[in-house]
Design a protein around this ligand. Structure first.
Ligand code: RB5
Length: 150
């Protein structure tokens, strides 16, 4: 898959290792930075990855910061992005099956390298189930468009 991947300084080291892991496993990574361990804000990086996913330039996105939370909050502000912050295998699998998540966020201070690789693997390999979950995704899009579901 073609994957947009980015991190802030908190996720830099893990992100660099993940780029190598993913490329060794046949994926193509578009590494949007950061490219050093210097302190950098996470929102612009989340936006860069998200725009590449929404435009279709990349099939999916991966974001790493200290907790994974800042990245997910920022990415979810971009229309069309469903970013999931995961630190367990079940969530990484089901956010694809049920939420059709298109960006995986992880916290480098939360998960180790081995688990992060497993989370990427299952996230990338799992297809959206569709069916009853499609109308739920459609409702998220309506909220994004300023509609009310009430
Ligand atoms: C940076 O210190 C840290 O706040 C950031 O990486 C992230 O965890 C924010 O959610």
């Amino acid at each position: 898959m073609i994957i947009a991947i980015g991190s802030d300084h908190g996720g830099f080291e893990l992100k660099e290792k993940l780029v190598k892991y993913l490329e060794d496993n046949g994926h193509q990574c578009v590494n949007v930075g950061c490219h050093t361990s210097d302190s950098v804000n996470y929102a612009p990086i989340a936006e860069k990855v998200s725009r590449k996913v929404v435009s279709g330039e990349c099939e999916t996105g991966i974001l790493v910061c200290g907790t994974g939370i800042g990245m997910s909050l920022a990415a979810n502000k971009i229309k069309g992005i469903r970013a999931a912050c995961c630190s367990d295998y079940f969530s990484a699998k089901y956010t694809r099956l049920h939420n059709d998540a298109n960006v995986l966020c992880m916290g480098a201070r939360v998960v180790g390298y081995g688990l992060a690789c497993e989370l990427c693997d299952v996230f990338l390999a799992t297809e959206f189930e569709g069916g009853r979950h499609q109308s739920r995704i459609d409702e998220i899009a309506r909220l994004e468009n300023g509609e009310t579901l009430l």
